[in-house]
Design a protein around this ligand. Structure first.
Ligand code: SF4
Length: 204
């Protein structure tokens, strides 16, 4: 049985990225995650191979940066909670942060699957949240690394006012007490960890 969260304005960055990209159309899914704690369905076995690939990519990246004589920041030290326009707290944790020198910082995120629009949106959100607070006085860059060697680079300047308006729209949609529509479909529900006991419309 799901229980209400103490804070109902804490939004994980990937939820926003999925909604903004249109890769997830079931708005109720992330609304529910924002407001409730619940027992999640077990992880898909296919995610194990994703996880091992990701761990290896990250380890190789760490080694590369260490070889350059720098100490990469990884794991919880990269976690943040950013007060987004007094609407909500956006939480996230980039894979690796490289403090290049006194002026420049690079955020890395490793991706092992297909190249999705949400990957780029997630990086723009990292650049905005970390660039407004923790690395305010730095030249902040972002690099998406894919397992096939493809790379995409971003600068904080890529974060436009229009983009932030759209982030505000979805952030407000998630924190409101009026629940948005569910959009059950085989494609949506099979990647969703909310059990049928919480979402009767779940399509198996
Ligand atoms: S199970 Fe399907 S309909 Fe229910 S929240 Fe998840 S994606 Fe939406």
């Amino acid at each position: 049985m799901a229980i209400r969260k103490e804070r109902e304005d804490y939004i994980w960055i990937t939820w926003l990225a999925k909604l903004l990209s249109g890769e997830t159309v079931c708005e109720w899914k992330y609304w529910f995650k924002t407001h409730y704690k619940y027992e999640k369905l077990p992880e898909d076995k296919n995610l194990i191979s994703w996880q091992t690939k990701h761990s290896r990519m990250l380890s190789e990246l760490k080694r590369k940066i260490l070889d350059l004589g720098r100490t990469p920041l990884v794991e919880d030290i990269n976690s943040f909670k950013y007060n987004f326009k007094d609407i909500c707290l956006i939480g996230g944790r980039p894979d690796l942060i490289d403090i290049v020198d006194d002026r420049e910082v690079t955020i890395y995120d490793c991706k092992t699957g297909n190249k999705n629009k949400s990957d780029s949106i997630q990086m723009l959100l990292y650049l905005f949240c970390l660039g407004e607070e923790r690395y305010r006085d730095k030249i902040l860059k972002g690099i998406l690394l894919y397992s096939d060697g493809y790379q995409l680079s971003f600068d904080k300047i890529d974060v436009s006012d229009d983009f932030l308006e759209d982030v505000s729209y979805f952030a407000k949609l998630l924190i409101t007490h009026t629940s948005p529509l569910k959009s059950p479909s085989t494609d949506e529900c099979r990647f969703c960890d909310i059990p049928k006991s919480e979402c009767e419309e779940r399509t198996e």
